[in-house]
Design a protein around this ligand. Structure first.
Ligand code: ATP
Length: 344
């Protein structure tokens, strides 16, 4: 189902929780809705679901205005973090719940439930009760139950938040495959940027009620349009005035321009390695730490500027050592504009 949202606003008393949010979601896409706590993600989801009325704005499904429709008339499935399964019902009955409400005939109901049991990898668990399942299995039942009545839109609010890291990782790829097989338009709210990047076709980043950016994970990483997005997605160092950086002096002359530098945009090395380059800074190694698959090195450049450099090999550097630092790229932000500057 194609979704169009235009000028969505929500006030809670004096508080403006959702500010002029507009977006389109293509049919069958999985969207990651990401942002800090209180950014307005749940409020947007609740308005799409019809659980909350917008103060202004239009929501269209398939081109049709749905603002006036009740939640049950919108053809939406939900999965929330706290597996709201019916505790006194078996897996089969939990999945069948929405079909019974729709008064689906018994043979059709059985066929649909068994189809979902298989689709969600729950064969053999039909007669179990929720307390006889692991957290991951319970969440799969929640997905099967949400999908059973063939909704046109699936809303997922932190569905894996209560699940431990390893299972959560498995569930992410499982979800990705499930959504592809079913071909259902889905919105996935999460705090976790890795989760959104891994699972979603596109990401929408909300902050303080505004939609800051929408795009593929790669586009957002590569071309963040606001300083907030740049610092929220991926690692970076923000330098308040780019003209303090060697090689970028001119970029900062017009107005004071902020620069954002990703770990992969800097190189750190011995003085002699970099001696042919005229634009290197002097730095001091501050700290090295291993993060499981890579090393991160923090270097101090000028006064208090800590930049991070990433290396797959253990770097031959020690804290306190003097080094040369080459910043070869930076994102520059100047109020509304952002652009990329190269230094080589
Ligand atoms: P989280 O990640 O913590 O769930 P969120 O991005 O989903 O946050 P929302 O739950 O949409 O954010 O909340 C946005 C803002 O609106 C918050 O400041 C919240 O306190 C406020 N808010 C949400 N619902 C209500 C309500 N019913 N009454 C008053 N304020 C509310």
């Amino acid at each position: 189902m194609h979704i169009e949202v235009r000028g969505l606003n929500k006030h809670f008393g004096d508080f403006h929780a959702v500010k002029d949010v507009s977006f389109d979601i293509a049919k069958g896409h999985l969207i990651g809705l990401l942002g800090p706590s209180g950014g307005g993600k749940t409020s947007v989801l609740r308005m799409l679901a019809g659980l909350e009325q917008p103060n202004a704005g239009e929501i269209r499904f398939h081109g049709e205005l749905v603002n006036h429709l009740l939640p049950q008339e919108r053809g939406i499935g939900f999965v929330f973090q706290n597996y709201a399964l019916f505790k006194h019902m078996t897996v089969f009955d939990n999945i069948a719940f929405g079909l019974k409400v729709k008064k689906v005939s018994k043979p059709a109901l059985k066929e649909r439930v068994m189809e979902l049991v298989e689709l969600t990898g729950l064969s053999g668990f039909e007669k179990r009760y929720p307390h006889q399942l692991s957290g991951g299995q319970r969440q799969r039942v929640a997905f099967a139950r949400a999908l059973a009545p063939e909704p046109q839109l699936l809303l997922l609010d932190e569905p894996f938040a209560a699940i431990d890291a390893k299972i959560r990782q498995e569930l992410r790829s499982w979800l990705r495959e499930l959504i592809e097989r079913v071909g259902i338009t889905s919105i996935f709210v999460t705090h976790d940027q890795d989760e959104a990047i891994e699972v979603a076709d596109e990401i929408m980043i909300m902050n303080q009620g505004r939609l800051e950016q929408k795009g593929t994970p790669w586009d957002i990483y590569k071309e963040p349009t606001t300083p907030f997005v740049a610092s929220f997605i991926g690692e970076s160092t923000m330098i308040d005035d780019v003209s303090e950086l060697k090689g970028f002096e001119e970029a900062g002359t017009e107005t004071k321009t902020r620069a954002l530098i990703r770990p992969e945009y800097i190189e750190v090395g011995d003085a002699h390695e970099f001696k042919m380059l005229s634009v290197t800074e002097e730095g001091i190694v501050h700290r090295l730490h291993f993060r499981g698959s890579e090393w991160m090195v923090e270097v101090e450049v000028g006064s208090h500027k800590l930049m991070t450099y990433r290396s797959l090999e253990k770097p031959a550097l020690t804290p306190g050592q003097k080094v040369r630092v080459l910043v070869h790229r930076a994102y520059l932000f100047n109020h509304e504009r952002s652009w990329m500057e190269e230094n080589r």
